[in-house]
Design a binder for this molecule. Structure first.
Ligand SMILES: [Zn+2]
Length: 424
C-alpha cells in the first residue's frame, strides 16, 4: 500500500515536471513554419518588405495565441539587396541563380560581357598575375579563384578588389562547393567591384567568358522591427525570455527567394507555440517572447533590443535563444553565457533524467546568433541549435524550404525548456 502511494506520488511529480505536448501544438508549429517559408514573405528579406510582412503576421499570431501584450519595437539599418535583374551565363550557357551562383552580400550590380582570368593556384605567382591583369589581353576581365585559396593570399585579393590599385580588373568570382550559401551579415555597405560566388561545376577552369546582368539596391535607414509578446506570470519582479529571429536572406533577383524554413521559421514558430502554451498555463514569472528582425544581417535586432530593453536585462532569470531547431540530430548543440552556468547544469540534469536528446553538446560561446548581445551583457542564457542533422547542409541555401523541413527536434526542445522553467 505504502509502496503504491509512493509510486502514485512519483508519477504525479513526473507528470508535473513533464509538459505534455499535444498533436495541436505540433500542427500549430508546422502551420507557422509553412506560412513563414512561403513565397508571400519572399524569404523575409528587405527589398519588397517581406520581413516586415512576416513581422505583422507574427504580431497577429502572438495575439491569437492569447498573450497579454504585443509590442513592435522599430529600429533602422542600412542593407544591400538584389531585387531586380539577376542573370549570369558562362560561355553562352545560362546559370541558375541561388544554385549555380550567388552574390556576395556587399556586391554592387553589374552588366556586360567579360573575359575570365583564372588564378593558377598550383603555381601561384602574384607578380605574374598582376602583370597579366594589367595587359590589354585581360582588360576588364573577371578574376576567378577558389574561395579558400583567396584566404592564403588575402593581401593580393584585397588589391584585386580595389579599383584604385587594379583598375583593369572588373570584378571577382570565388568558386565554392555545392550547395552554395548566401549571406547578409556584411551587407551594411557596398564594395567597389562586383563579387560573386559560383560552384566549381558551374564555372569550370576552362570557362572563357561570362555575361552578367545583376541589379543591386542599397537601402539606407531601412526600418525593421522586433515583435515582443508578453505573458504575465504571478510575479513581475523577474522574467524569462524566449528569443528567435524571424528575418532571413530575402531575394536573389525577382524569382529566387531564400525560404529559411530551418533558419529560422523553425525557432520562430516554436516561440509562438510556447507563448500559446504559457498563455494557457500561467507561469510563476512573466515571460517575454521576442521575435527578432535583422539577425541574418548581423544580429541587428537583438543588438538594438539589448541596448533598448523593455525591462532591465538584470531582471532576466534566463534567456533561451532558439535558432534553427528544425532538424533531426539526436544530439542538441548549445552555447551558454558565463552567468548561465548554473542553469546549464540543470539542463544537463533534466536531459539526463528524461533523455529528450541523446546528449547536449556544448560549444564555445560565439557571436553567431541573438543570444550573444545578451551574453556580453551578463544575462544568463542558452543558445539551442539543432546542428549537423539532415537539414543543416541546406542552411543559407535555396534548398532550406518547407518541403525539406524536419520536425524531430521541436518536441524535445519544447519539453527541455518548459521543464527547465518549472525547476529553475
Ligand atoms: Zn541564418
Amino acid at each position: 500500500m505504502k509502496r503504491l502511494i509512493l509510486i502514485i506520488v512519483a508519477m504525479a511529480t513526473m507528470s508535473l515536471a513533464t509538459t505534455q505536448l499535444s498533436a495541436q501544438d505540433l500542427a500549430h508549429y508546422k502551420k507557422i513554419v509553412k506560412e513563414l517559408s512561403s513565397a508571400k514573405y519572399q524569404g523575409r528579406g528587405y527589398a519588397f518588405g517581406g520581413v516586415n510582412k512576416a513581422g505583422k503576421y507574427l504580431e497577429k499570431e502572438f495575439t491569437k495565441a492569447g498573450v497579454d501584450e504585443v509590442v513592435c519595437q522599430p529600429f533602422k539599418m542600412d542593407i544591400n539587396t538584389f531585387p531586380g535583374a539577376m542573370k549570369m551565363a558562362v560561355d553562352g550557357k545560362k546559370l541558375q541563380a541561388g544554385v549555380d551562383y550567388t552574390l556576395r552580400e556587399f556586391s554592387p550590380g553589374v552588366k556586360g560581357s567579360f573575359k575570365l582570368y583564372h588564378i593558377d593556384t598550383a603555381n601561384y605567382n602574384s607578380d605574374k598575375i598582376f602583370a597579366d591583369l594589367a595587359s590589354p589581353e585581360y582588360k576588364d576581365a573577371f578574376v576567378v579563384c577558389d574561395f579558400w585559396f583567396t584566404y592564403k593570399h588575402s593581401a593580393d585579393f584585397r588589391r584585386l578588389q580595389s579599383r584604385k590599385e587594379t583598375p583593369s580588373v572588373a570584378g571577382l568570382i570565388y568558386t565554392w562547393n555545392e550547395p552554395l550559401k548566401f549571406y547578409k551579415a556584411y551587407g551594411e555597405r557596398v564594395i567597389e567591384k562586383p563579387m560573386l560566388w559560383a560552384t566549381t561545376s558551374a564555372l569550370s577552369a576552362t570557362a572563357k567568358s561570362i555575361e552578367l546582368d545583376i541589379e543591386n539596391k542599397f537601402l539606407k535607414d531601412y526600418e525593421c522591427f522586433n515583435v515582443i509578446a508578453k505573458v504575465e506570470g504571478k510575479r513581475h519582479d523577474a522574467c524569462y525570455v524566449f528569443t528567435a529571429h524571424y528575418d532571413h536572406l530575402g531575394l536573389l533577383g525577382k524569382k529566387v527567394f531564400y525560404a529559411g524554413a530551418h533558419d529560422n521559421a523553425s525557432g520562430t514558430a516554436a516561440i509562438v507555440t510556447l507563448a500559446a502554451h504559457y498563455a494557457k498555463n500561467r507561469p510563476e514569472y512573466d515571460i517575454y517572447f521576442i521575435a527578432f528582425s535583422g539577425e541574418d544581417a548581423y544580429l541587428r535586432g537583438s543588438e538594438w533590443y539589448a541596448k533598448n530593453p523593455l525591462v532591465p536585462l538584470t531582471q532576466i532569470r534566463y534567456l533561451f535563444n532558439l535558432d534553427m531547431i528544425g532538424d533531426n540530430n539526436p544530439v542538441q548543440y548549445c552555447e551558454v553565457s558565463d552567468e548561465g552556468e548554473r542553469g546549464y547544469e540543470l539542463f544537463v540534469k533534466i536531459n539526463n533524467d528524461k533523455k529528450y536528446f541523446k546528449s547536449l553538446d556544448r560549444g564555445k560561446l560565439a557571436g553567431n546568433s541573438d543570444h550573444y548581445p545578451f551574453a556580453q551583457r551578463h544575462v544568463p542564457c542558452i543558445f539551442l541549435e539543432n546542428k549537423e542533422g539532415d537539414a543543416f547542409k541546406f542552411y543559407h541555401t535555396t534548398f532550406d524550404t518547407w518541403e525539406r523541413a524536419i520536425f524531430d527536434s521541436y518536441e524535445p526542445t519544447f519539453k527541455l525548456v518548459t521543464d527547465f522553467i518549472e525547476q529553475y
